[in-house]
Design a protein around this ligand. Structure first.
Ligand code: APR
Length: 335
């Protein structure tokens, strides 16, 4: 998960560096700046006094003192004056300079507030887009865990990109857990795509008659020879002519996790990891479900995350960051 959009007080975050939306004096202020100085204690201001200020679009680094973060990167965003005064370029520069500083100080994780989106008046939806797009650009070339902290969720239009009629889709497709249990116990195990292992599981759960499950298990003893989750992922990467980094970056999973999956043909991923890889590989619904099944999961209509994934695949939306925004907008865990 190299890029995470979260809602939290940035001063409480445990990561290597947090970024401060400062002013050019670097001597403190209101908003997130005030919160960071309060939480870090007076030594932060002492160190800031020695920095000689900072230009708009630039960044400087100090220690974090009483903060859980080791460093604070202070950057000065542009004051928004209509959009024709180079504000966008300056805002992009804030993120880039801050990320370069984080990298040169060996940080593996860094958290940004939405620079300029408060007192400095940058329109919130655009401020959010600049943050996400600039960080994603950086992640194409670098390994880091970047948090984008959205303190006040409203006004940013998060999750609206490509998901215009999501609410309607949810109304039509989301069913309560009770309804789902009823439906799946009646029908799900009758579907031919469910494997014998599932039928036996169904028998244990009482949804498939014992004799049917047992008979089939005797007739078809070779089901363990199915292609595994890892094997299917690697096959699909080859078929699509992708490289490994392309695959794990698009899935928003880190290199170490991907290496684990690659090196263990019996790897059992979490459902989110399995779905992330299915999206990264742009699998159509039948193959996406097949991949999930290999990991021991299925899409459920009583799970809001699953309904959103269903929407995304039906609409051929495979951009995990757009999907993350939709999940975030519904207060759901993101990829
Ligand atoms: N954690 C995360 N985000 C926060 C927090 C917090 N504790 N407090 C505020 N924010 C969010 C705001 O909701 C806003 O979206 O940080 C974003 C940036 O808002 P500001 O702090 O007002 O920063 P900015 O718009 O860049 O203005 C900078 O404000 O206080 C001064 O010294 C600062 O003069 C500078 C100006």
């Amino acid at each position: 998960m190299p890029l995470k959009i979260i809602r939290q007080d940035i001063t409480k975050l445990e990561c290597d560096a947090i970024v401060n939306a400062a002013n050019s004096s670097l001597l403190g202020g209101g908003g997130v700046d005030g919160a960071i100085h309060r939480a870090a204690g007076p030594k932060l201001l002492e160190e800031c006094r020695g920095l000689g200020g900072c230009q708009t679009g630039d960044a400087k680094i100090t220690y974090g003192y009483n903060l859980p973060a080791k460093y604070v990167i202070h950057t000065v965003g542009p004051v928004y004056a209509g959009g024709n005064r180079g504000e966008r370029e300056l805002l992009i520069s804030c993120y880039k300079k801050s990320l370069d500083l984080a990298l040169s100080h060996g940080c593996e994780s860094v958290a940004f507030p939405l620079i300029s989106s408060g007192v400095y008046g940058y329109p919130k939806p655009e401020a959010f887009r600049v943050a996400v797009d600039t960080c994603l650009e950086f992640l194409k070339e670098n390994e880091m865990l970047i948090y984008i902290v959205v303190f006040d969720k409203h006004g940013y239009n998060i999750g609206k990109k490509n998901f215009a009629d999501l609410d309607e889709f949810i109304d039509q497709n989301y069913v309560s857990e009770q309804e789902e249990i009823f439906k799946s116990s009646k029908n799900a195990f009758d579907l031919p795509r469910f494997s014998k292992a599932k039928k036996i599981a169904g028998m244990v759960a009482g949804a498939v008659p014992c004799d049917e499950a047992i008979c089939e298990s005797i007739e078809m003893p070779d089901f363990e020879l199915d292609e595994s989750f890892t094997e299917m992922v690697l096959r699909k990467i080859d078929e699509k002519g992708m490289t490994d980094p392309e695959c794990y970056k698009r899935a928003n999973i880190d290199r170490k996790l991907f290496s684990k999956i690659r090196s263990d043909i019996h790897y059992r991923p979490s459902k989110m990891t399995a779905m992330a890889l299915g999206l990264s590989l742009e699998l159509p619904m039948n193959e996406f479900e097949e991949l999930l099944q290999k990991a021991g999961f299925a899409l459920s209509k009583s799970d809001m995350t699953d309904v959103i994934i269903d929407y995304a695949i039906r609409h051929k939306i495979y951009d995990i960051f757009a999907i993350n925004e939709a999940l975030f907008s519904k207060d759901l865990a993101t990829f």
